[in-house]
Design a protein around this ligand. Structure first.
Ligand code: HEC
Length: 133
């Protein structure tokens, strides 16, 4: 049974290395209600309504399926504009986990360090933001 301690070590080492964890690693199923509360961490800079305005950051309506940095009435960083990234649950999770590491030069700082928080918020965003496709 010598394999067991090294397996435990491996499982613990992953998150400790600070790598962006996919939403699926969240321990609990996503809670949309918690996600709604966590939106409080975004709403100072973002709106979610269909005709919401840009604040410090761009409106996020229709974000899923859209290419990053393509809202015509918002001035994005070069990093965001040229990223070619498509917003999905996975890419949003990775961005929110470590904005500057994931996209060096982005104008957005912060995010959500805890995988469960990201899973909850993304589930809520999924429900609220609609899809651009
Ligand atoms: C202090 C202000 C601020 C906060 C708080 C903030 N953002 Fe941002 N966000 C920005 C800015 C500024 C940009 C534009 C980044 C760029 O151009 O590099 C941005 C860009 C984005 C984008 C890319 C939009 C697009 O059109 O491609 C997403 C998605 C996003 N933010 C999600 C979030 C979420 C979810 C939260 C809450 C956890 C959040 N942001 C919190 C300022 C903020």
């Amino acid at each position: 049974m010598r394999i067991v301690p090294s397996l435990v070590l491996l499982l613990c080492a992953g998150p400790a290395l600070g790598q962006p964890a996919p939403a699926s690693t969240a321990p609990e199923p996503p809670s949309i209600a918690r996600g709604a509360e966590l939106w409080g961490k975004c709403r100072a800079c973002h709106t979610i309504e269909p005709n919401g305005r840009n604040i410090v950051g761009p409106r996020l309506h229709g974000i899923f399926g859209r290419t990053a940095g393509t809202q015509p009435d918002y001035r994005y960083s070069e990093a965001m504009k040229t990223s070619g990234l498509i917003w999905t649950e996975e890419t949003l999770d990775a961005y929110l986990a470590a904005t500057q590491d994931f996209m060096p030069g982005t104008k957005m700082y912060g995010g959500l360090a805890i995988p469960q928080d990201r899973a909850d918020l993304i589930a809520w965003l999924r429900q609220q933001a609609g899809s651009s496709r």
